[in-house]
Write a protein that binds this ligand. Structure first.
Ligand code: GDP
Ligand code: MG
Length: 207
């Protein structure tokens, strides 16, 4: 029985739906009002990986004014274990930025971290021709040893799945080289000693 602790960062251009994905994952809701993230919000959420393991996730959401590349990114990325790299399925320029975001993380952290490529706002794709070829997104993800998932923060489609898939990858679960967190570094906690996260300790600072 393992309780992992992971920091996840939500990255991608402005208005692709990062805050909405977080809001959906955290509260199961969607708001169509444009939400500008002020500062860097984060929330904690416990997720069950399987009937044996779970993870305490701390998910960081980058602020609108810092979505442009700059020095602040160092603080935001620090100690991140994984990332959801989000683009808007209707805005090709946001897909063009994906590689810049990927490179920025690798440059700042000095290493690759697990990430999932997210094409968001799938609900808006009905009855229109896709502006971004699905194959290009899947190929980009595969090239980087990752996977591609299409989500909708509005309907909730694949949102939990995306976080779960990332968590499994960070934990090395379902892969041959499963990484057990090291003992004595506060990363592995027994069920008994672990403080259970509940609504009052969850922090969801989005309004
Ligand atoms: N239809 C639709 N709109 C979305 C979706 N996700 C986000 N939005 C809208 O897109 C806009 C930008 O979303 P936001 O979460 O603030 O993007 P962020 O800047 O990346 O954090 C808001 O008006 C959201 O309501 C989605 O899955 N479907
Ligand atoms: Mg935001």
């Amino acid at each position: 029985m393992v309780v992992f602790k992971f920091k996840i960062i939500l990255i991608g251009d402005g208005a692709v739906g990062k805050t909405s994905l977080l809001y959906r994952f955290c509260q199961g809701k969607f708001s169509s009002n444009y939400m500008i993230t002020i500062g860097a919000n984060f929330l904690k959420k416990e997720i069950k990986i399987n009937n044996k393991d779970s993870a305490d996730l701390i998910i960081w959401d980058i602020a609108g004014q810092f979505e442009k590349f700059g020095r602040f990114h160092d603080t935001f990325y620090k100690n991140a274990n994984g990332a959801l790299l989000v683009f808007d399925l209707l805005q090709p320029s946001t897909f063009d930025s994906v590689d810049k975001w990927h490179k920025d993380v690798v440059k700042v952290l000095g290493k690759e971290i697990p990430f999932i490529l997210i094409g968001n706002k799938k609900d808006l794709l009905e009855n229109i021709v896709r502006p971004i070829d699905e194959k290009s997104s899947a190929e980009y993800a595969k090239e980087k040893n990752s996977i591609y998932i299409e989500t909708s923060a509005k309907t909730g489609l694949n949102v939990e799945e995306a976080f779960l898939e990332l968590t499994k990858r960070m934990a090395g679960i379902d892969t041959k080289d499963r990484k057990e967190p090291k003992k004595g570094k506060g990363k592995k906690k027994g069920r008994k000693s672990r403080k259970t996260l509940n609504k009052s300790t969850d922090r969801c600072s989005i309004s």
